[in-house]
Design a protein around this ligand. Structure first.
Ligand SMILES: Nc1ncnc2c1ncn2[C@@H]1O[C@H](COP(=O)(O)OP(=O)(O)OP(=O)(O)O)[C@@H](O)[C@H]1O
Ligand SMILES: [Mg+2]
Length: 405
């Protein structure tokens, strides 16, 4: 909509009720956002992923670049695409194929496909904190993609009606997500549909998504009614997410749940379904105060859940320091305090604040997607090093839960 049309839609505040005014503003903003979004991402455009250079692939898979070349010479594995200047590159699907090929042709006990095997239970990681902007969505997206690049089969579950994770993973929630196409479709009290019908593959091969939109709010409204009408023997609300997940668990090694910034029925159900909890914390005093409330409320709610027979056991619970600026004295003191108070429960690696991550976020991309060419090399390398340190710790926790370490 052009600015003039927008202006003519704005009515003098005195003539309309606050509800009408807010509704009007919502419509104006939605139109404008759709216009911006379709400029940046025309509805016809689907997100695509860049290709990965052979050195990058070798690092990812954990072999030398010459081992990958040798595979190609032997006629094994996917052939690389070779550019005019001789640069070899692979798609993410090729990287997965390379892993499988290395695994099939290894003469040692080394494994290239780290997928879970029988006896290793699925890891369901809830990324939570009710402080808005603490880095939940950024952490979820980068952890999910990082684990895919390490060879795991990952499902990203967007539980936030704001749908930022879905947007980051290439779905326009207001345009591309219809009725019953969010987790709500699988956990609704009347006529739920199978989660398998809601899951979508993404452009990031190996990463699937359950997208979100405002429809998820229905669960917050319907649960109190369902609780009041509950008959003996009916499953409790906090089991619904886990029950839905169990129907597709065989297909994945890890599920990453991006929780909304509040402690409603949805978040509580995610906390009950989870096998691990990652609490993102931006090291500022107000955020810490808010986190203290979050922890106290979570404790209250979770004890109510266990009083009602809810299963609650985490393989691990960790705090991740996000958007950290080590040169900032007050932040450093807060991180020191957290480490003293919570000791090993704080991940050793913090996620550094980086313009590479915030800039990538502006164009709905992650650090893995933008590649080294998009920002200055030093900026990219510093952010990637920090991210890799975080994701490696998360992977170690997963492998420890599987009893591998
Ligand atoms: N390491 C980082 N460096 C720079 N910017 C970051 C970093 N992590 C997150 N951000 C930026 O901070 C903002 C908030 O991050 P994010 O959306 O991940 O938080 P959130 O906890 O999911 O927020 P909400 O509570 O609204 O869901 C985003 O603009 C994101 O790009
Ligand atoms: Mg978020």
């Amino acid at each position: 909509m052009n600015p003039r049309a927008e202006a003519s839609r704005t009515v003098s505040p005195s003539e309309i009720s606050p509800a009408e005014m807010i509704g009007e503003h919502a419509a104006i903003l939605r139109d404008r956002l759709q216009a911006i979004s379709s400029g940046l991402f025309p509805p016809s455009a689907t997100k695509t992923l860049r290709r990965f250079g052979s050195a990058e692939v070798a690092r990812m898979v954990g072999v030398t670049a010459s081992r990958i070349q040798q595979l190609a010479v032997e006629g094994l594995g996917p052939p690389p695409q070779i550019s005019a200047n001789g640069r070899r590159s692979y798609s993410l699907a090729d990287v997965h194929e390379l892993r499988a090929c290395l695994e099939a042709n290894t003469r040692t006990s080394r494994r290239y496909l780290p997928r879970r095997v029988q006896g290793e239970h699925i890891q369901i990681i809830a990324v939570a904190n009710f402080k808005g902007g603490s880095g939940k969505t950024t952490t979820s997206a980068h952890a999910a993609q990082g684990l895919v690049l390490k060879g795991y089969r990952v499902l990203a579950l967007d539980l936030d009606p704001q749908a930022s994770l879905s947007a980051l993973l290439g779905i326009q929630p207001e345009l591309e997500v219809g009725e019953n196409q969010t987790l709500y479709g699988a956990i609704r009290y009347d006529a739920p549909c199978p989660l398998s019908a809601i899951i979508r593959p993404t452009y990031f091969t190996g990463l699937d998504l359950v997208p979100a939109n405002l429809e998820l709010m229905e669960f917050e409204h319907e649960t109190p009614r369902a609780l009041s009408q509950r008959r003996l023997g009916d499953p409790l609300f906090f089991d619904r997410v886990l029950q839905a997940i169990e129907t597709v668990a065989d297909r994945y090694d890890v599920i990453v749940i991006d929780c909304p910034p509040q402690l409603g029925y949805l978040t509580l159900s995610a906390l009950c379904a989870a096998t691990a909890l990652l609490i993102t914390v931006h090291p500022q005093m107000l955020d810490i105060a808010s986190m203290s409330q979050f922890l106290a409320m979570t404790e209250d709610l979770l004890s109510v859940v266990s009083d009602h027979g809810g299963k609650l056991q985490y393989d691990w619970l960790r705090y991740l320091v996000t958007r950290y600026e080590p040169q900032d004295g007050p932040q450093t003191r807060i991180v020191g305090m957290l480490r003293t108070l919570f000791e090993d429960a704080v991940l050793t690696a913090p996620m550094l604040k980086s313009s590479a991550i915030s800039d990538a976020g502006l164009s709905k991309q992650t650090l893995y997607e933008i590649g080294r060419e998009s920002v200055t090399r030093a900026t990219y390398d510093r952010a990637l090093e920090s991210l890799e340190a975080v994701n490696t710790e998360v992977e170690t926790l997963i492998r420890t839960a599987w009893g591998r370490l």
